[in-house]
Design a protein around this ligand. Structure first.
Ligand code: CP
Ligand code: NVA
Length: 309
């Protein structure tokens, strides 16, 4: 049984297999409509249970479409409607029931400990749909989008992240190790990645490059990624944090330091970190990026369900 919790724990060759499958599947269904099922309906009869403890638009819808297009079905739970937590039912019993009724479990939560506990007690695969530590389905899909746009392996490209050291960046750092691409990070000193993340990169004999000057971070960039400065449930002084990031706003002037054909990507939802002159420009491919989550998550589901060929 394969789980999909953190990119750092998935072998690089499996990540590449997922992307190869996604590319083939995306191409094959170019003429199919939204809910038409892929040939052979590889997940026919399978149920994906999704549970959200935090808001979501894209992850919820893209997993819905992903499992449907593979011939399966999904139900979406909100944790406050279950007995888990305030109702007093244990996580262990909840996991047993999920495993009895369902074939896979996708969880978005504020607790990595909860993800690990579910992994321990479930007898079906678990997919991390965003936790404080990572957002693996987003970032694997983003690697797919980068290669689709630039038509070359991501290992040949310069990738820059401008923003907070959050879950999405953690997964991007893991991806930079797994796919061997150059990653520059631009953020204020106070918001650099945590030591245990940097230690992991070192242990893998890889390097990432951190700049406290946004302009230096974007020099020669093929891709600039960003994310909200304030993440969901971020327990910080929001006003101060936004002020700290003032010099890290992505605008036309900052883009001019990157390569001419540099692409802007953002997992969405957006805040004030990017201005409309970039976000709505031709350089921005954020809508394609969001769409591709469907295609890549289909192949992640197949991987977890042991059906990736
Ligand atoms: N990018 C992303 O995960 O979006 P949602 O929070 O809307 O799911
Ligand atoms: N870093 C953001 C990503 C949202 C998709 C958050 O955790 O809120």
């Amino acid at each position: 049984m394969k789980h999909f919790i953190h990119l750092k724990d998935v072998p690089a060759k499996d990540l590449r297999r997922i992307l190869i499958d996604a590319k083939k599947r995306k191409k094959k269904r170019s003429k199919l409509s939204t809910l038409q099922v892929d040939k052979n309906a590889p997940l026919k009869g399978k149920l994906l249970i999704q549970m959200f403890e935090k808001s979501s638009l894209r992850t919820r819808l893209s997993f819905y479409l992903a499992i449907k297009q593979l011939g399966g079905g999904t139900i979406t739970l909100r944790s406050n409607e279950l007995h888990l937590g305030e109702g007093g039912e244990s996580l262990e019993d909840t996991a047993k029931i999920l495993s009895t009724y369902g074939d896979g479990f996708m969880l978005r939560t504020d607790s990595d400990e909860k993800v690990n506990n579910f992994k321990r007690y479930l007898s079906i695969p678990i997919i991390n749909g965003l936790s404080p530590l990572s957002h693996p389905t987003q970032v694997l899909s983003d690697v797919f989008t980068v290669e689709e746009i630039k038509k070359k392996p991501i290992s040949k490209l310069n990738i820059t992240w401008i923003g907070d050291s959050n879950n999405v960046l953690n997964s991007l750092i893991a991806a930079s190790v797994k796919f061997s691409f150059k990653l520059n990070i631009g953020c204020p000193k106070k918001y650099e990645p945590k030591k245990f993340i940097l230690d992991w990169v070192k242990d893998q004999n890889k390097k990432i490059y951190i700049f406290n000057d946004a302009r230096k971070a974007v020099i020669n960039a093929d891709i600039i990624f960003s994310d909200k400065v304030i993440s969901l449930n971020d327990k910080v002084n929001k006003k101060n944090k936004i002020k700290d990031f003032k010099k890290f706003k992505i605008n036309k002037s900052l883009m001019s330091y990157a390569k001419k054909d540099c692409t802007f990507l953002h997992c969405l939802p957006r805040g004030l970190e990017v201005d409309n002159s970039v976000f709505k420009s031709k350089k921005s491919k954020v809508w394609l990026q969001a769409l591709n989550r469907v295609h890549v998550q289909k192949s992640i589901l197949l991987y977890c369900f042991g059906k990736l060929r």
